[in-house]
Design a protein around this ligand. Structure first.
Ligand SMILES: Nc1ncnc2c1ncn2[C@@H]1O[C@H](COP(=O)(O)OP(=O)(O)O)[C@@H](O)[C@H]1O
Ligand SMILES: O=C(O)C1=C[C@@H](OP(=O)(O)O)[C@@H](O)[C@H](O)C1
Ligand SMILES: [Mg+2]
Length: 168
């Protein structure tokens, strides 16, 4: 039996997981968790400082730990690297409905380029970010129960599709 019944948003940086998740929680009248926000609060450091001072492996472990501690029927916005450990996707499937917010790399890159709050964007070229996107896209698809396009589309429109898919 499932322990929890969350709605879990996954996808690459810039897909709108944080933006869509907050609104989705409001519409579904559920509590909302953004894993990045939880980590910032518990570490009392911003994401770039966590990467710089504690390292990416530390951040990945914290991310998986925070995710697995969420109980109930919440809406969870993950970070783009949340599937870093192989067992995380399995945990998600057992604990909720996993929705992959998907768009072409070029569109997502437009949204995130120059953002100083995303260490991967600051420290990598567009070509290597695209490579990461291509690797992760496979993993996101494997983990997803539903795939929703966020390409050239408003947040409202995306929300409507998610709500229809969750309730049919
Ligand atoms: N449907 C959309 N169309 C255009 N821009 C969007 C859309 N959804 C989110 N954005 C913008 O893209 C950026 C990244 O959104 P965010 O919610 O932080 O993504 P994520 O949490 O997946 O990294 C923000 O500037 C946000 O306003
Ligand atoms: O893709 C990633 O590895 C990351 C994505 C970020 O979250 P968003 O996907 O919400 O930008 C944040 O967790 C961190 O900067 C690392
Ligand atoms: Mg986010």
């Amino acid at each position: 039996m499932n322990e929890n019944n969350h709605v879990i948003l996954i996808g690459y940086m810039g897909a709108g997981k944080s933006t869509v998740g907050l609104e989705l929680a409001r519409k579904l009248n559920r509590e909302y968790i953004d894993l990045d926000t939880e980590i910032v609060l518990s570490e009392k450091k911003q994401i770039p400082a966590i990467f710089e001072e504690l390292g990416e492996p530390y951040f990945r472990a914290a991310e998986a730990q925070v995710l697995k501690a969420v109980k109930g029927e919440k809406v969870i916005s993950t970070g783009g690297g949340v599937l870093y450990f192989q067992d995380t996707g399995r945990w998600m499937k057992k604990n909720g409905t996993v929705i992959y917010l998907n768009a072409p790399f070029e569109e997502l890159y437009e949204r995130i380029t120059g953002d100083g709050n995303r260490p991967l964007v600051m420290n990598n070229t567009a070509a290597s970010l695209e490579q990461v996107f291509n690797q992760r896209d496979i993993v996101y698809r494997e983990a997803a129960d539903l795939i929703v396009s966020v390409s050239k589309r408003s947040v409202e429109d995306t929300l409507d599709e998610i709500i229809v898919k969750l309730t049919t």
